[in-house]
Design a protein around this ligand. Structure first.
Ligand code: GDD
Ligand code: MN
Length: 405
């Protein structure tokens, strides 16, 4: 034990007083004496057959109990666990490194400057070594004793095994009434519109073949919570889905990160998939703001005329008022996630005026052409309005509320 002798303060040999100090012992490196002699290294452990992928954000207090439970529940399997942590401020990654020092099956992918459950799950699955991966919460809400049965169902030929809270026998008593209803309603829609055959496609507890995700990954969304629904909807009808039921527990420690957002996400995905990606939740929001803007326009026009302004003047002022109203409302709702603040609002507003001006020209042009073609005034009017809305949306999305790069 040469290091500990030196550290114990044995006097240095004469003439060596200024020689280098031994390196400070690093608790994470094994002491040389602990290392097996060359040639006697143990055979490498065989690859795991099951990888658990566990997204975490502020779950430090749940790590130790979760790992203890996994070690018990999975005693008969060769497994590994990949935690994907979005740099939680509560030190989740430290807790994981600590756990990994005692059990090398535990690893943590630590992502800096990124957030998002779906993306975390996809990255974890892509990093999995085993051919089968399971996703579960870190908060002990998902019953880990179900894992061996899920794994057996995979062995029986399932492509995806969903641990569901709703099929007979399952229970979601820790759900609020509204959330329970919302989930059931959304599941019905997913079934009808997307052909997703699962009684709980928003479940965060499921197992699948890694290869399925490798194949689908380029098409999956990394935003939001709807990872399983996205996988099932994208995979189409030729995946074999099995379900097992369990009782959804109460969160052990920390707090839930999702409430309404799950449902909004869900509605958005259903809309996008049902319309082949043509209509997004963002576009609907933009169109609703536009409809409100029309009301504002008419109101301003009426007021202007009431004050005795000439029609052209009142119309011009009303147009400006409506565009300004639309800009600020879109900035606060449709584009809340990329909201322009401070001085950035000025060029944004100017750009928005210019884009909407061109949109109005396109609107009138298309409507005129359609009127000439069909001579039905309302068909022409609607066509013009649609072209204008799509133009305004598409161009302002690309130029005013740009996606952060
Ligand atoms: N890496 C990462 N990044 N992990 C996250 C993030 C994030 O941005 N947000 C949440 N998590 C982790 C949490 O730490 C937890 O382990 C898991 O993802 C689920 O988050 P919870 O906050 O526990 O969600 P929940 O219990 O309210 O929601 C459950 O039901 C939803 C459907 O109703 C989960 O099972 C969800 O997966 C499920 O979609
Ligand atoms: Mn949870």
């Amino acid at each position: 034990m040469p290091f500990s002798d030196a550290a114990a303060g044995r006097s240095p040999p004469p003439g060596a007083a200024m020689s280098a100090q031994p390196p400070a012992a690093n608790a994470e490196l094994p002491a040389p004496a602990d290392r097996p002699p060359a040639g006697a290294a143990p055979a490498p452990a065989p690859a795991p057959e099951l990888t658990l992928v566990i997204p975490t954000f502020n779950e430090a207090g749940n790590i130790a109990p979760l790992i203890a439970r996994l070690q018990t529940a999975l005693a008969g399997l060769r497994w590994e666990a990949i935690f994907v942590d979005d740099n939680s401020p509560d030190g989740t990654a430290d807790a994981l490194r600590e756990a990994g020092r005692r059990d090398s099956r535990i690893r943590c992918i630590r992502r800096i400057g990124r957030r998002g459950l779906a993306g975390a799950c996809i990255e974890g699955i892509l990093a999995a070594q085993a051919p089968v991966a399971a996703v579960m919460d870190a908060d002990l809400q998902h019953d880990e004793t179900l894992l061996p049965r899920m794994f057996a169902a995979m062995g029986d030929g399932a492509d995806v095994v969903v641990a569901t809270r709703y099929a007979p026998g399952g229970e979601a008593s820790s759900f609020g009434a509204l959330r329970g209803f919302g989930s059931r309603f959304a599941n019905g829609l997913a079934h009808r519109l997307l052909g997703v055959r699962s009684s709980d496609p928003m479940s965060g507890f499921f197992m699948l073949r890694r290869e399925l995700v490798e194949r689908l990954a380029p098409k999956l969304s990394s935003e939001g919570f709807k990872i399983l629904l996205d996988i099932l909807a994208t995979a189409g009808r030729d995946v074999r889905v099995e379900e097992l039921t369990y009782t959804f527990g109460v969160r052990h420690s920390g707090e839930s990160k999702l409430q309404m957002r799950v449902l909004v996400d869900f509605a958005g995905l259903i809309l996008a998939k049902a319309t082949g990606g043509a209509v997004s939740l963002r576009f609907l929001s933009f169109a609703a703001v536009g409809a409100l803007g029309l009301g504002v326009h008419l109101l301003a026009l009426r007021l202007g005329l009431g004050f005795g302004a000439r029609f052209e003047v009142a119309q011009a002022v009303a147009t400006l008022v409506a565009m300004t109203f639309n800009f600020f409302l879109n900035n606060a709702t449709t584009y809340r996630d990329r909201r322009l603040r401070g001085w950035a609002i000025l060029p944004g507003l100017a750009g928005f005026y210019a884009i909407c001006g061109l949109g109005a020209a396109a609107n009138v042009g298309v409507a005129g052409w359609m009127f000439y073609q069909t001579s039905r005034w309302w068909v022409a009017g609607v066509a013009g309005a649609c072209i204008g809305a799509v133009w305004n949306y598409g161009v302002s999305k690309a130029l005013v509320w740009r996606e952060p790069s």
